[in-house]
Each structure stands twice: as C-alpha cells, then as structure tokens.
Write a protein that binds this ligand. Structure first.
Ligand SMILES: [Fe+2]
Ligand SMILES: [Fe+2]
Length: 393
C-alpha cells in the first residue's frame, strides 16, 4: 500500500545523545572540584554564616583611582595602575579569572579551559592594539543607515555587472576576514584581554563589510559568481598553522590588497554611494592591516630564536603567497576591476593598464609592510612584482 507524502511522519529532529553523555560524564564523574565548592557553599548557607572574604583586601590591588585621559577612560589609562597592566610573556591562567583580581589562592579549585592554547604574548600582541581598539569604537558605522541607499543610481549593464561581481568577491572575502579572528579569539586567554577586545571589533567590522557589499550587490542586480580561486586563497588563511602566520596572510597580505582596491575607490567606484562604501571600509581595513604589521613586528622582535622564526615565516609565505595568488589572478576579480577602471567593457584593455598600476602599488606596499615588521621578503617574494598579464605581448 502506498503512502501519500502528506501522510508521512516527519523525520525526528536530530538529538545529541553522544554529546550530552560526554558532558554528563565529564561533569558528574571527572571534575570533582565544582561539587566540593557546591557542598561548601550549601553548608555555609545552612549555617547561616556570612563569609565576607571578598571584602578582604590583603591580596587585592585595592584603593586605586584610575584617571581618564583626554579620550576618556581607555585601557591604556587603567593599565597604568600597578599590577593591572602587567601582561605576562606567557599566559598561565586558562580560565576566566580577570588579570589583577585576587585569584592565586583559588587556582587549584578552578577549571582549566583546554581551548586556551595561544599562550605566548608575542603570538598576538601589537603595540598599537589599544589605540586601534579605541579607534574601532569611535569610528563604527551602520551599513543599514549610514549609506544613502535610496540614492543608488542605475549604471549601464556592463558597469552594473562589474560592480556586482566585485561586490560578490568582497562578500566572499569578508567572511574569512571574520572567521579567522573568530577562530583564534577564543583560544586567547583572558590575560590578553586588550587583544581579545580588538579582535571583537574586527569581527564586527567584517560582519558589516560583508553586509554592505551584499546589500550593494542586491541593490544593483544581485550577486554574480563565486570563484574557486577566491575559495582556495581564503581556505589557506583560515587553515594557517599559527595565529601569527594566519594574521600575516589575512591582515598584511590579503587585506593589504583589499586596501589597495579601496584606495583606488575614486576610479573603481562609479557612484557617490559606492565611493562612500569604499571610504568607510577603507578606514576599517587600515586598522586591520596596521594590527597585522605590528603583531608580526612584535612576534619577530620578541622571538628567542629570531632567525629560525623568520625562516619559518618564509617557508609559510612561500606557499601562502602562491595560494593567495590564485585569488589575485582570478578572472572573476581582475576582469570586473578592469571594466570598472577602464570605464566600460569596450575599454577593458585600458582598464588592464590600471590594474597594472594597482598591482605595482599593492606589491610595493606589501613589501614595505613586511620590511616595517622586520621581515625582508623582497628577495623571496613569490608574487610577481609586475602584473604578469600580457607580459609576453
Ligand atoms: Fe573587511
Ligand atoms: Fe578586514
């Protein structure tokens, strides 16, 4: 007897038997500390006795008065207070206990979070991270309200398609720009709270960027083509073996290129709305690039085996640059850029001249950024210094 589709029972929703059993086993059988704390607390409540131990200041850095500076109360201002601003070279606290709080005496009763694996300060710190965090908060904008969407003008079809394709590329890129810091953010222990705060702003920036380019594409025809060349470059960033290496590939190399594109916004953007989008994204990307350069600098300067660390970075770059090159050479990026730079499909060849200029500018800036970080990539760079298109002609 056949069963009609509408008579069939829906499949049961997925259950999480294994995950739940693992959690139960961990908390009921393996971790005992929490149960002892609970028993102690319940006993105290039963006796009706107050502890008030939290009012003891013998081990606390109590009695301080942080003073704001001209910008307000920044992390730099509160870090001036002794004992609060001392960042460890190597983190040893793998839970949520705040730096500067009374915590040593509780250490043995506290959980250890195994995901906090980025323990070296020089794998994440950048001298300018507090300033960049302040700047990110001061310059935040809203892709819903701050772009004059009702003034989007219809462009000729070729320029409209080229704009939509560029937006498709940028939307794709912005996802990894958010996923990469997200992947590392939760592996960074609390003692490096300033870096965690800055990375949280980068996440928000990138969410806003993918939002604004998606909205721009849908306001001029829709999204066009995703591309394997983009995807491999993005995967190489997300799967970088260390935070510093991935930050280099994303923030210095990848976002450095995006910055060069945004800087050319005057020529690439065809309307005042697009110019405004590029201008706002440019400010955000400049912060991300700046963090990347200074993080790399701090890594190299602070490494106990400096030469070996630099050689390791070169090894990573030898492959990383090549994978990123798959995106830089992708027709789904180069061609729409050339159409926009040239001013139309029939001027695509002239547009390619513009690309040649953007390429040279970008590679020079990239090599300068490496140099500024103390990483000389000039003789080893695997990306052609001149735009290779048409080189044989
Ligand atoms: Fe971005
Ligand atoms: Fe970015």
């Amino acid at each position: 007897m056949s069963v009609r589709i509408h008579e069939m029972n829906p499949l049961p929703a997925a259950l999480h038997e294994q995950e739940l059993a693992g959690y139960e086993a961990a908390y009921r059988n393996h971790y005992q500390a929490w149960a002892e704390v609970l028993a102690r607390n319940v006993e105290a409540i039963r006796r009706g006795s107050y502890s008030l131990h939290w009012m003891e200041t013998g081990e606390a850095r109590w009695g301080k008065r942080a003073k704001p500076s001209s910008r307000g109360m920044t992390y730099a201002d509160i870090n001036r207070i002794r004992g609060y601003g001392d960042l460890p070279e190597q983190a040893t606290w793998f839970n949520f206990a705040p730096r500067g709080a009374v915590r040593d005496r509780y250490r043995d009763d506290m959980p250890v979070i195994g995901d906090y694996t980025v323990t070296d300060k020089n794998e994440l710190w950048a001298e300018n991270v507090i300033t960049l965090y302040e700047e990110a908060k001061a310059r935040k904008w809203n892709a819903t309200r701050d772009i004059p969407w009702d003034e989007v003008e219809a462009l000729p079809e070729d320029l409209e398609k080229a704009t939509a394709q560029l937006c498709t590329f940028l939307t794709e890129v912005e996802f990894v720009a958010g996923d990469f810091p997200a992947k590392w953010l939760y592996r960074i222990p609390q003692d490096f709270l300033e870096v965690k705060s800055f990375l949280a702003t980068q996440l928000m920036d990138e969410a806003r960027h993918q939002e604004v380019f998606r909205k721009r594409a849908l306001s001029c025809g829709g999204l066009l083509h995703a591309a394997p060349g983009f995807e491999w470059a993005l995967a190489a960033i997300l799967e970088a073996p260390t935070h510093t290496m991935g930050t280099f590939l994303l923030n210095v190399l990848g976002e450095g290129l995006v910055l060069s594109i945004f800087r050319s916004g005057e020529m690439i953007a065809k309307t005042h709305v697009d110019k405004e989008i590029f201008r706002r994204c440019l400010q955000d990307e400049a912060r991300h690039v700046s963090y990347g350069v200074m993080e790399l600098k701090s890594y190299i300067a602070g490494h106990p085996q400096r030469e070996a660390a630099i050689e390791e970075l070169h090894r990573f770059c030898d492959v990383g640059e090549q994978v990123i090159l798959t995106a830089f050479t992708e027709p789904a990026l180069i061609e729409p850029l050339a159409v926009l730079l040239g001013g139309g499909l029939k001027y695509i060849d002239q547009g390619m001249e513009g690309i040649r200029h953007v390429w040279t500018m970008f590679i020079n800036e990239y090599l300068q950024r490496c140099e500024c970080a103390g990483f000389d990539r000039r003789t080893r760079c695997t990306i052609p210094l001149e735009f290779p298109w048409g080189a044989a002609a």
